[in-house]
Design a protein around this ligand. Sequence first.
Ligand code: DNO
Length: 360
Amino acid sequence: MKMTFRWFGEGNDTVPLHYIKQIPGTDGIVWSLHDVPAGEEWPMEKILEIKQQAEAAGLHIDVVESVNVHEDIKLGLPSRDVYIENYKRTIEKLGTVGVKVICYNFMPIFDWLRTDLQKPMGNGATALFYENSRIADADPFRLVEEINANSALTMPGWEPERLAHLSKLFEAYQGVTEEHLWENLRYFLNEIIPVAARSGIRMAIHPDDPPWPVFGLPRIMTCQENFRTFLKLYDSPYNGITLCSGSLGANPDNDILAMIHEFAERIPFAHIRNVRVYENGDFIETSHRTEDGTVDIAGIVRAYHEIGFTGYARPDHGRHIWDEQCRPGYGLYDRALGIMYLWGLWDANQLHAGKQVTGS
Ligand code: DNO
């Protein structure tokens, strides 16, 4: 397991690179060019700038999250071909600087969705929270405005240029079914996976978060069966998944341990975090420790150990603790604690298997 930490870029993140380097067993950043709109080709100078900053801090840039997919690709519009060409050029460029994994998602309009970015936990900590009833009756426009207004830094994936055109996008998705999405995803994979393979990059699709349809928009990367279908759409080690325990874990029917075993060869990237799912289906992103939530984090790390996981991992999100002012879900403290828990579990598995504990 190779541990990494998401970083949003100079001036766009509250955590300096050298702090990341100080977290034990953490060797690389998970990064993106957050100011390049979805669909555009990434400029080489900007890629090299991040590379140089990371390397100066002793960190690698092997994992990119995300290269966002333009809505026209998900919608299957004729204009998709231009955006797919741009996507391919970006993959090629990232290959030349040594990137090994690109995480992306195929969720219509919205990326991950929460209803409260600072839900009090009763002990001074706050965390990301999802309340079903607020989504069920919500006007998406109002909700997005409300959520963003309460936070200085918006959620990643909620790119302003996407949200600015919300009503047009909703119109465009009228009549788009799950079947259409599958077909458009297949078209996209057929185009990009050969380029990724030539570039030595493993593409890793992220589950939909939460893993069910929202605001009447279809979502397909939601469960084991659908991931099985996905992997068959293009059967190649370069067509893989980002196995996110928190996203999938929001639906207690998802058996994440079974997915790790079934998809072992096709998981270049793991997001490992806990959630507590309540009886009414609401969930909060709690601390990583197994007993703090409803996701079996200890079992998940054991499963990764059992499959001899050599891919990349990140602690994903954390709570906001010790009065840290940070991007929602992306503070330093709780994610660093999470990493230490994950390494603790990993090392215990090493010892249990009679192996030497060698760290990262
Ligand atoms: C949230 C993330 C997602 C993820 C994208 C991948 O923190 O896990 O925003 O990066 O869905 O494209």
